[in-house]
Ligand binder design. Structure first.
Ligand code: GLY
Length: 388
């Protein structure tokens, strides 16, 4: 592959958000490069891959909901195109989700979520415990009710990341497998990066898409550093032996005595149980407590999980932003764009992010559906509120 050091677009960060940005930019005829020591790595290697616009709805996130729903709407075509280009199966599964409650408090929480979903015009059906078990017979007898959301699906983020690397390669994206150390500014305009091995990569536009690390790139003026912080998530992977299949037919999730847990069953037998949410800086230690809590809560929902082989434990860092929504598009620094801060929704927002960033890179403007997510919505006051 060519080692060209100059491109129209240089994407800092080769996680799924950086990769989809690079792929879409290259498809629009822009010469594009990605700088990352390990393209396809990052939080996608840990994430469960729920596409849960409806079941992960929170009060105060109605604006984000619109973007989430728009990305969910684009997913079938996006997945088909990516598979068509690469020949790779993404594990995209239109299986729906069941959110259940075990005790009265959890049931009240779920009732509130249901009311919010209905106010927001979303499709979600309340089921009693028996109806939940009819859908998922291995649920514990204590499940008292649940929400059936047939529109919340899943994809395998590891396969998605791999396919995006291949799609980028096929589209002519150049990979610089090294760490970006410092943004280069020429007359206050972003003009490239200096890498950890001392190479200068130059570009017409630089897209900072480094996930939770996006606020750490040297050379970015302090007042423009994205207000992104790491939010740790620990995840457990189990394997469902063929003799137990189908173990679960859809994603099952719950708030068990106040703590959130979800179980995402893949067609290949993998069962992902996640995820903790911890504000511990850059720590990615898998702890006994984190794994214990996940398995304890999952076991309350589905006692049969104790029979399954435990195949992996892992922790990753979500890129949290002050309003839990992404930062997309041009910044006050000419030539510098952001695609970061996707927090809990990076996998879900991958299709729309690619489209929005390609539009911004070719026109200089955000398309209508992404205008609320401009990085310019954050001022100095917000930056000061970030946890240390
Ligand atoms: N969206 C799932 C999570 O952030 O854990």
């Amino acid at each position: 592959m060519s080692r060209t050091r100059t491109s129209d677009v240089l994407v800092v960060g080769g996680g799924i958000i950086g990769l989809v940005t690079a792929w879409r930019a290259a498809q629009r005829g822009l010469t594009t490069a990605v700088v990352d020591p390990e393209p396809g790595g990052g939080a996608a290697q840990v994430a469960a891959g729920m596409l849960a616009a409806v079941t992960e709805l929170h009060y105060g996130e109605q604006t984000l909901l619109r973007l989430n729903l728009e990305s969910a709407r684009r997913y079938p075509d996006f997945a088909a195109e990516l598979t068509g280009v690469t020949g790779l199966d993404l594990g995209y599964r239109q299986c729906g989700t069941l959110a259940v409650a075990l005790d009265a408090d959890d049931r009240a929480h779920l009732r509130e979520l249901h009311a919010l979903q209905r106010q927001s015009g979303l499709e979600s059906e309340w089921l009693n415990g028996r109806e939940c078990r009819r859908l998922e017979p291995i649920l514990a007898p204590g499940v008292r009710g649940g929400l059936r959301v047939d529109g919340d699906h899943q994809i395998d983020p590891r396969r998605l990341a791999r396919a995006l690397v291949v799609a980028c390669e096929r589209a002519g994206v150049v990979f610089h497998r090294v760490r970006a150390e410092r943004l280069t500014l020429v007359r206050e305009r972003a003009a490239g990066v200096r890498t950890a091995d001392g190479t200068d990569l130059t570009a017409g536009r630089v897209v900072l898409a480094a996930g939770s690390m996006s606020g750490q790139l040297a050379g970015v003026p302090d007042h423009l550093l994205p207000p992104v912080r790491p939010v740790k998530g620990q995840v457990v992977r189990l394997t469902v032996p063929k003799r137990y299949a189908p173990f679960l037919n859809r994603t099952v999730r719950a708030v068990v005595r106040g703590s959130r847990v979800y179980l995402v069953p893949r067609e290949n037998g993998e069962l992902v149980v996640g995820a903790t949410s911890e504000e511990l800086g850059w720590d990615t230690t898998v702890t006994a407590g984190g794994v214990y809590e996940l398995l304890r809560d999952a076991h309350e929902l589905i006692p049969g999980i104790t029979e399954l082989p435990l195949t992996e434990t892992r922790a990753g860092l979500r890129p949290g932003s002050p309003d839990n929504a992404p930062l997309l598009g041009p910044t006050e620094c000419e030539g510098l764009l952001l695609a970061t801060g996707h927090y809990r929704n990076g996998v879900l927002l991958t299709p729309v992010t690619g489209d929005v960033m390609a539009h911004a890179l070719t026109t200089g403007e955000l398309p209508e559906e992404a205008r609320d997510f401009t990085p310019r919505r954050f001022g100095a006051a917000v930056l000061m509120e970030q946890p240390a």
